[in-house]
Write a protein that binds this ligand. Structure first.
Ligand SMILES: [Zn+2]
Ligand SMILES: [Zn+2]
Length: 263
């Protein structure tokens, strides 16, 4: 499996992806908003885009569909429940569905509600798994729930699905928000040395060569996985004095999500 992360350089800081089969050159474009860059990258590598996948229905993820499909004849894949919000879906996905790219790549669809209620993530079945997580999980952060989402479901997705994946899973999010997110982590947890070091490392990184994190690293630096951290809880209790001394992880997650909305 070949993965190409494509930095769009737009105001929303989107990442698009091409995933190619090294044997056949068939490729899938994930959320190819920057259709020009996606098509040019495929051409430069001799790949044929045969599938377009939208992680969810927001325009900064679906806005390049038409151009890519017109140029390649690719099939469009998205969550089965997105059929009314994304025009032209050829294949509606449900949890556990298998998606093949060429003859070497197999991906599994995860049903991951929270950012929106018809959001899929893709998990590769490869020796080192890769997770294409759209706006559900970001480096050091979590998606917001302002446009069709629900924080309770986002918590369930994090706790019951994402946190259960193996620590070596490579994380490929839909946006580059890592600097702001690390600052949020450090504001919650000033003694998080790993987050402090990482922020210094990546502050001036070239988004064309962005750091690819792992789930294991996220568990160290992403507040939304650190729901039992005494520092996180102590700092939250300063903002939310009603919070009990040993709150449930779900409560901590919901308060963090609420705080992040205005932070
Ligand atoms: Zn979104
Ligand atoms: Zn987005």
């Amino acid at each position: 499996m070949i993965v190409k992360q494509i930095w769009t350089g737009n105001a929303y800081r989107n990442f698009n992806y091409l995933i190619a089969c090294p044997e056949t050159g068939e490729a899938m474009a994930i959320d190819p908003l920057d259709h020009k860059k996606c098509l040019a990258t495929a051409k430069a590598n001799g790949w044929q885009i045969t599938q377009v996948l939208n992680t969810h229905e927001h325009l900064d993820h679906t806005g390049g569909n038409k151009k890519v499909i017109a140029a390649t004849g690719a099939k469009l894949l998205a969550h089965a429940n997105a059929k009314d919000s994304i025009p032209g879906i050829d294949r509606g996905l449900m949890a556990g569905d298998s998606i093949k790219i060429g003859n070497t790549v197999e991906m599994e669809a995860l049903d991951t509600p929270g950012h929106t209620m018809s959001h899929v993530c893709l998990l590769s079945h490869t020796e080192t798994p890769s997770l294409f997580c759209g706006d559900t999980l970001f480096n050091a952060g979590a998606g917001n729930c302002h446009h069709g989402g629900h924080p309770e479901e986002l918590y369930d997705t994090f706790a019951n699905q994402l946190a259960q994946l193996s620590d070596d899973t490579l994380i490929y999010p839909g946006h580059d928000y890592i600097s702001n997110n690390l600052e949020f982590t450090l504001d919650r947890e000033p003694d998080n040395e790993r987050a402090g070091l990482l922020l210094r490392e990546i502050r001036d990184q070239d988004p064309d060569k962005a750091l690819i994190s792992t789930l294991g690293l996220e568990k160290e630096i992403n507040t939304f996985f650190r729901l039992r951290s005494p520092s996180v809880i102590a700092a939250l209790r300063e903002t939310f004095p009603d919070l009990p001394g040993q709150p449930e992880p779900r409560t901590v997650f919901l308060k963090l999500r609420e705080l992040r909305n205005t932070w």
